[in-house]
Every structure is written in C-alpha cells, then in structure tokens.
Ligand binder design. Structure first.
Ligand SMILES: [Zn+2]
Length: 392
C-alpha cells in the first residue's frame, strides 16, 4: 500500500474491478495538435487526486491546460483520476532521468535482450512502457528518457533514432537535458534533433543545484528553441514556462512545488533542498515564488502581508505558512490556482504572446510598490529581470 493509494480515500481496485481504459478524446488528432497551446499543472504532491477538481473549477477552459501526475505510483494515479475525469488532458510524468544517464546504447531503460525475451521477467520494451501510460488513461505518453549529459551527442542521436521507431501518434519524446546543451554550438545539435524527431519533443532542463534557466545563455537558447517552426514543449518549468509560451513554445508545464520546476540528474534526487523557511508561495502580482518565512522576516515584519482571495487561502495572509508546511497541500493548491489564473488571463487577451509583456512589466513595477509599502528596497528576482529584457 502506498501513500498515494491511501490518500485517495478509495480502496485500490483489483485488476478485475478496474474500469476499462477510458476512451481518450484523441482519435485522429496527432500528439502535436493535442498538446499545442496548453500549459499543464505539474502536481507532484500526495494530494494529486484533488487537482482535477481544482482545474475544473478554476480554469476558464480545459482546452488550454491539463495535469501532469507525478510520483512512484503515477500510472495508478492516472488510472484512478481518468475513471472520473474523461475530459481532462493528463500526462504521466517520467523520471528515468533521475535514475540513469542516457547512452548511445541505452537512451531508455534497459529493454529485453533477445535472449531474455522468452523470460517471464523480461523488462518491458519502450513501446510497452509507452503503451502502459496510454492504457492507464494518459492523453499522450512521454518517453522514459535517461538524462542526456552535456555534450553527449551520440546519446542525443540515439534518443531520436529509437523514438522514431515507435509507429504511433500518441507520444511526446522527453529530452531531459543538461542546461549546457542550450548554450553555444550544442544548441544547433538540439535543434537538429528536434527537427529529425517524428514526434513532438518536450525539453526538461535538469539541474539539481538550482534554476537551470539562470546560467548565462540558457534563457536565450530556450527562446531560440521556442521560436522554431516545430517548437518543443518545455516540461517542468517555473514561470519561465509562460515566458517560453510567449516566444512560441508548443506547450509548457509548471510545477506547483520546487522539485517539479526542473528535472533532476541521476544520483542527486528529485527533491528541492529542504529548508525550514516554510512553503514556496506563488505571489501572482509579483510574478515570483517566495518562501513564506522569508516574506515574514524580510517584507512583512512591520507591515501586514496582503490577504489572498483564492479558494485555497480564503482571504488569509499570503505569508501564513510556518516551518512545518513545506510542500504542504494548502500552499501548493494556492500555487496551482495562481498558475491557472495566469493561463486564464493570457487566453482572455489572445494568448501568452500578447499577454506576457504587460504581466512582466506589472511584475517589475509591483516590486517598486512593495518596496514603498514595506519601507525597504525589494529587487525583482533575476529571472523576472531577464524576462523583462527578452520580451517577445
Ligand atoms: Zn491563495
């Protein structure tokens, strides 16, 4: 029995009781058409079963968003959610990049050798790993790609060569990349790989140390990919996902907890650094996340913090989360509602390309207002300033 199984409140179905895989709303559309224009919410908390209802009630349209289900039991969670939410666009996160580096011989988890294929315990093939996600009810499947180390061109080539052998139209090829791929001459290799791929590509930048978009040149490289004729999706980002949508990205997904806002590399774990500074809270007007205790100490020590009107907060102060509420349900649901509100607002004015410049300018300006309110200079974070200098 697992945490996720328990928290649903429902007993796990035996194989015989399981509902048949729900009919996906896919039929003739291609993977690219189905995911195009969506910004997905990456849940990643034990309470993932609550997110479909949040999306249903908060999103203006389910055609512009969806859910990425994470965790060791993601496939089972997708199956359970799909049974009651036939219309929700849903992906089942793949985390092979946390376990191994892709190589030219093995870009995906080891498949059965010909000798082992008769064995009862032969490992599943790539096609079977993809099919398992679809059978569970995922709208499209993600390839379980290993982490592609900086400069390992044979591994990058092998990912595309093997993925192109899949004769199906319901796959997104996941490319978990070192951020160094997006800088210098390697960027051309990534572009060539995306062009050669028969399936849409989703890029996850992997860095267990911090924001993978922050090293010099990475944001520019990501923007160049987003501007391609066949742009990739950016999977597991922070608010940079919106910025890249504004530059033309196929789709994006935004994590509601820090560990789902980037990829991890093998051996370093998929988790954000543990701190006792409380939850990371999205502050929509400021276009940033901030730890609640940092807000209490550095911004709202002498002035009252603003109340949040969202349905998770119900008008309570935005900095209220204490040391024990790291990755807790309430702040992450607040974050999800905030992410959805950006999506709603962007589509209300024609999409991210038209909406984003004002959102960024307002976010920078809001830091000046905050500085006045709290009586101390609050600088916009580096990523927000970078976006403001690279507006579409
Ligand atoms: Zn809130």
């Amino acid at each position: 029995m697992t945490t996720e199984e328990n928290l649903s409140g429902a007993p796990a179905a035996s194989p015989a009781q399981r509902p048949a895989p729900a009919t996906r709303q896919l039929a003739p559309a291609t993977a690219r058409t189905l995911v195009a224009g969506r910004v997905l919410v990456v849940a990643g908390t034990p309470e993932q079963h609550r997110y479909p209802a949040i999306l249903q009630s908060e999103a203006t349209s389910l055609a512009t968003t969806g859910l990425v289900v994470c965790g060791a039991n993601a496939t089972a969670t997708v199956r359970r959610i799909r049974a009651s939410h036939p219309d929700l666009f849903m992906l089942c996160d793949q985390t092979a990049n946390e376990k191994f580096n892709a190589s030219d011989q093995a870009p995906f988890p080891h498949s059965a050798s010909s000798a082992a294929q008769d064995s009862l315990f032969a490992p599943p093939t790539l096609d079977e790993r993809v099919q398992a996600q679809i059978d569970a009810g995922a709208s499209l499947a993600l390839t379980p790609t290993g982490h592609i180390q900086a400069g390992d061109r044979p591994a990058l080539r092998a990912v595309i060569t093997e993925a192109n052998k899949l004769k199906r139209n319901d796959v997104i090829v996941l490319m978990p990349l070192s951020p160094k791929w997006l800088v210098g001459s390697d960027l051309k290799m990534v572009m060539a790989a995306i062009k050669r791929c028969k399936h849409p590509v989703a890029i996850t930048l992997c860095d267990s140390g911090g924001d993978p978009m922050s090293p010099k040149g990475v944001l520019a490289g990501a923007q160049a990919l987003a501007a391609m004729d066949t742009p990739p999706m950016f999977h597991k980002t922070d608010l940079a996902g919106f910025h890249l949508m504004a530059h033309g990205a196929l789709a994006a997904s935004v994590g509601v907890i820090a560990s789902k806002r980037r990829g991890a590399v093998p051996g370093k774990g998929g988790f954000a650094q543990q701190t006792n500074r409380g939850a990371t809270v999205l502050i929509p007007g400021l276009l940033r996340f901030r730890r609640s205790l940092d807000m209490q100490d550095q911004w709202y020590a002498s002035r009252k913090a603003p109340d949040c009107p969202c349905t998770a907060c119900g008008g309570r102060p935005i900095d209220r989360f204490g040391v024990d509420e790291y990755d807790d349900a309430e702040p992450t649901e607040h974050n999800a509602i905030g992410v959805i509100s950006y999506i709603n607002n962007a589509h209300a004015v024609g999409g991210f390309t038209s909406a984003w410049p004002d959102v960024v300018r307002d976010g920078v300006a809001a830091h000046a207002s905050l500085s006045q309110y709290v009586g101390t200079k609050v600088d916009p974070p580096a990523n927000l300033l970078a976006w403001s200098k690279n507006l579409p």
